[in-house]
Design a protein around this ligand. Sequence first.
Ligand code: RRO
Length: 305
Amino acid sequence: MLKTKLGDIELDGVFTNGSGANDDSLEKLLQIAGSRAGFVTTKTSTFLPRAGNPGPRFYTLRNTTINSMGLPNPGYKKMAEIIRELKTKTKKPVFASMSGFDAHEAGEMAKALSAADVLELNLSCPNLHGKSQIIYDPEATDEVLKVVKKSTDRKIAVKVAPFLDSDAQLEFCGIAKKRGVDLIIAINTLGNAMYVDADREKIMLKPKWGGIGGEAIRMVGWGNVRRYYEYFKGSIPIVGCGGIFTGKDAFAYALAGASAFACASALYTPEGVNAFARMEKELEEELKKHNYSSLAEAVGKAKEF
Ligand code: RRO
């Protein structure tokens, strides 16, 4: 059984569900809470309920996923009710993923969602076309963080997009530091992707473009995590996300600098939440094989040439 710490949050279990993987109802969240997940993350909620995009909107191809869900969720008021109910049934920390479309919405939502232990600001949904991802807009990011920080006494995590440009990532790091972000969840899916089926001569998602997750983005995940690790030097803990299917994948994320791990694509399999127990066992074996006596000891230890 592995334990970890994210700042002063102690976790019995080092994995969580990456927001979006079957986590929009009390029933699904309870299933995650009943597994070896160390904490539970909700589907991102918005100010108003949303049906999301028309389908088909999700595919798994080998170990890669593409989605254009479009933020289907019951709205933040209902999500706050679900979280309150969930908190009566589990002792595991609950992360409320949220996405306000502007700073005012975010502030209102943050108050209600403070029923959770941590507010996870999703500044990186790739599927809201006609609206730039907040994370890619430094001024908007700064404003949202300022307002949310004022509206809650909870810890604040930011779910970040894959940065394909290191200087843009470093600019975000400066804002996160200035605004007192407590945790980084890296990375969300890689947007602007498309699945074209050559045999059918067809774009397979109804909304055409979507975000890819899973194996295809794992190296981007490692690279982004490492950059946060080097910038924050351990002062802001990192949850690694992107293509984690095995304990060995998680071990590599730890070596890059992550202290816990979020899985999304891996949960869209018949194994479901049982994947957490399997990966935990595999990760324990990796740590032992490489002579680490705890996960904390391995964090950031990837050797360099
Ligand atoms: O619901 C979605 O379309 C979605 C979200 Br909110 C997100 O953060 N990442 C993603 O790949 N899909």
